[in-house]
Design a binder for this molecule. Structure first.
Ligand code: GRF
Length: 219
């Protein structure tokens, strides 16, 4: 029995990805423990989700700090005090300083609602609709000092339809986020992730289906 991986989850809002991770742990599908949930916003509903499951929570309002570095220094201390081994950004809407990233080298994950490197930054779903792509999706990646740029761990694709709205596409992508985030964290918990340059290597990645999917499906 491996020791559960200690997670620190950073949120800013609704926390549906946090909920998916909590549910995976409680189902026994993810050998990890959430040591603390930290939000930079006091009103984040994800804090309610965390408290409902008896998890430690903290609020570090960035407005309480003179600088990003000061905010990050306090956040690093809090995470280290809770023995966090892997930092999970789950709807966390702050850019992290180089100092923070150096404190957790190759140990910070983020989920982005697009197939990176396509559509980095904010409103990725809207960018996809405006570009008229027929396939988009979600990406779990390691965080480096550039936004939405680090080595990619896992991706999931969804069809995009001409009558999609930002809401309908976001909902379709979010359902995949809730699937792949716990799965990607599990790879870390099992010690199966290695990084070489900008590529992630997964040990024992044997299952290699060759099927793809097209969109539009039937023309
Ligand atoms: C999700 O679309 C995620 O990709 C982005 O923030 C959105 C909200 O996430 N990073 P959550 O519901 O707060 O987990």
């Amino acid at each position: 029995m491996t020791t559960p991986l200690s997670l620190g989850v950073l949120i800013s809002g609704g926390g549906t990805n946090l909920q998916a991770i909590i549910d995976a742990i409680e189902r026994g599908d993810l050998p990890a423990r959430i040591r603390i949930v930290v939000s930079n916003r006091r009103d984040a509903y994800g804090l309610v989700r965390a408290a409902r499951h008896g998890l430690s929570t903290g609020v570090i309002a960035h407005t309480d700090f003179a600088s990003r570095e000061e905010f990050d220094r306090h956040l690093v201390t809090l995470l280290h005090e809770h023995g966090v081994e892997l930092v999970i950004l789950a709807g966390f809407m702050r850019l992290l300083s180089a100092r923070f990233i150096r404190a957790f080298p190759h140990r910070i994950l983020n989920i982005h609602p697009a197939l990176l490197p396509a559509f980095p930054g904010l409103h990725a779903q809207r960018q996809a609709l405006e570009r008229g792509v027929r396939i988009s999706g979600a990406t779990v990646h390691l965080v480096d000092e550039e936004m939405d740029h680090g080595p990619i761990i896992m991706q999931a694709a969804v069809p995009v339809y001409p009558d999609d709205t930002e809401d309908s596409l976001s909902a379709r992508i979010l359902a995949q986020e809730h699937r792949i985030y716990p799965a990607a964290i599990k790879l870390f918990a099992e010690g199966r992730v290695g990084v070489r340059g900008n590529s992630v290597l997964i040990r024992d990645e044997h299952h290699r289906p060759q099927t793809g999917f097209q969109s539009p499906a039937a023309v």
